[in-house]
Design a protein. Sequence first.
Length: 136
Amino acid sequence: MSLTKKARKLRSNTGKAFPVSHDENGKGVGFVAGISQALRRQYGGTPSSVKVVARLTGANERAVKNWFDAKNGPNGENLIILLRHSSEVLEILLHLADHDELIIARKFSASRQMLREMIVMIDELELASTERVPTQ
């Protein structure tokens, strides 16, 4: 006995949905769309990027392609793996959770670290240039 055509198209509607946040343009961004945008920003939209993410997460390439196309989102385990490898995914999740202050703090800390590295490079260049200057 087969199901009727109408029965096959029915889906339960529980009313539960991920909260929608807004991006910098005021446009609504849901969980699935946000993950898709973050993956595209971090890895690009090429078939090779799908393969890279599939290798990182251990997920099926078809599932990862659905993440990129915003058809589905990753499960919890794959989401945690993505958070480890993608700062874009981390930022979109913090944004969706209304923790923009953590994004700012993270960027501030990263900027401070980059500034420290630049100061070390400047000091090394200065030291190298003083060693090359012949004394008279």
